[in-house]
Structures are given as C-alpha cells and as structure tokens.
Design a binder for this molecule. Structure first.
Ligand code: ZN
Ligand code: ZN
Length: 234
C-alpha cells in the first residue's frame, strides 16, 4: 500500500513549526501528490487559528505557486464543542474549506455550560461513554465531515457505534501516526463496519510530513483494499 497524500498537518497558524508553504515544499520533496493543511479551528483555546483570512490566504498562495507539482487542500481540524454536535460558531467557515477534519481535543471553548461541564469534568465517568459517543455522532450527522481524527484519543467512546455512523456518512476514520493509540480490536471494529480509512502523519514539523509509521502495514495486513483508504495510491 502506497500512501500518496498527507491529509492532516499543522503549521505556525496553530502549533506547528513551519509555514504552509514550507510544509508544501516538504511534501513535494517526499514525493507526495497531495497535502492538506489542517490547523486547529478557532475554538481551540491555545492553538486555534486566530487570523482566518491570513491562514486561508497563505494556503491559497502555496496552492497556486506549486499547482504543477502537488495538490494543496485548505482544511481545518474542528473540535467537539457541544453535546448537540455543533462545530464552530461561524458555520459558513466550512464552505471555505476543501477538507474538514473533526475530533476531540482538550482545552476548547464549549458552546454552552452543559457541554463544558460534561467534557471537562465528566467525560471519563463510567456512564459517560454513551454521551461522548452520541455527541460525536451528532456532529457527523449534522455536518459534512471528511475525516474523524484519532477516535478515542483522550475520550472514551463506543467504537462500534462510531463505526456505524462513519460508514453511513462516508466519513473516513483516521489512523494517526502521531497518536497511534487505537487498540487493534477497535481498529477491527471499524474494519468490519466497512468504513473508509485515512492514514495521517498529524505532522507539526516538516520532517514529519508523510511519516505514517506502521499504519499502512496494519491496513494491508488486515486485507483492507487500497480503494477503501482515501489517501492510498489506486
Ligand atoms: Zn487532533
Ligand atoms: Zn492535528
């Protein structure tokens, strides 16, 4: 299995070390055909993109400049910000993007007190798994989400229910080389549900662009066909 696109990378607009242009240059050097710049959405308290026009402009400039060498996508990594599945306050933001990533992150600005209370104080409680899972499913149902990032990272979830929702909505499930903490049995839960997969570096520096660890082998060993991996060469 050859992975030809890195669809999850960060730049100086959140907490990455390089500019979008430098990440694109690195992707070209590594022979990738496509890269998505996906910094954290504004609701992330520490790393959210603060100047959206400048962010999108920097990506679009790299897009134009290197269009004969690589495809560059403008994206964002959205957060769980409410139990009801809303994303950012500015829902029009999604229309400006080529790719939408979504997942749980600590330290985000919740849309309402009840959601903040649940995710800050109660998400690890025994009886919270269902609520955690349902809020992710709500977001998947409500928005056009291309990729569910690092499922289960820093939040307990019911993977079987998430897998069913992702399969239904064609949301790709991410195998994240920077957070390789998805248990084998949970991976197989997604596999059996027939979801699409994506392998990502979640690079925060140019060296990490296109570094996918053992994820491609894991997919190949499980017999997942290239057609089911959205960033595999077909
Ligand atoms: Zn993340
Ligand atoms: Zn990330």
């Amino acid at each position: 299995m050859t992975i030809e696109a890195d669809l999850h990378t960060h730049t100086i607009f959140s907490h990455g070390k390089q500019t979008p242009e430098q990440m694109v240059q690195s992707a070209i050097k590594k022979g990738l055909k496509k890269i998505a710049i996906t910094d954290h959405a504004p609701s992330h308290i520490f790393y959210g993109v603060r100047n959206m026009p400048r962010y999108l402009d920097a990506i679009h400039r790299a897009q134009d400049k290197y269009s004969d060498k690589i495809m560059v996508l403008a994206g964002l990594e959205f957060n769980i910000v409410s139990l009801s599945g809303q994303l950012e306050a500015d829902e029009k933001l999604l229309d400006k993007l080529d790719i939408v990533l979504f997942g749980f992150h600590k330290a985000v600005l919740y849309r309402d007190f009840k959601s903040a209370q649940h995710f800050y104080l109660r998400r690890y409680a025994k009886d919270s798994i269902e609520k955690n899972t349902q809020s992710i499913i709500n977001a998947i149902d409500r928005n056009s989400i291309d990729i569910l990032v690092h499922p289960g990272h820093a939040i307990p979830v019911a993977h079987a229910a998430l897998a069913a929702a992702c399969a239904k909505r064609n949301t790709a499930v991410e195998l994240n080389a920077s957070h390789p903490d998805l248990a084998k049995e949970d991976f197989f839960t997604y596999e059996r549900a027939g979801v699409l997969f994506v392998v990502s570096s979640d690079a925060h520096s140019r060296q990490k662009v296109g570094v996918f660890g053992t994820m491609p082998e894991m997919l190949a060993q499980a017999g997942v066909e290239d057609a089911r991996v959205i960033n595999a060469a077909k």
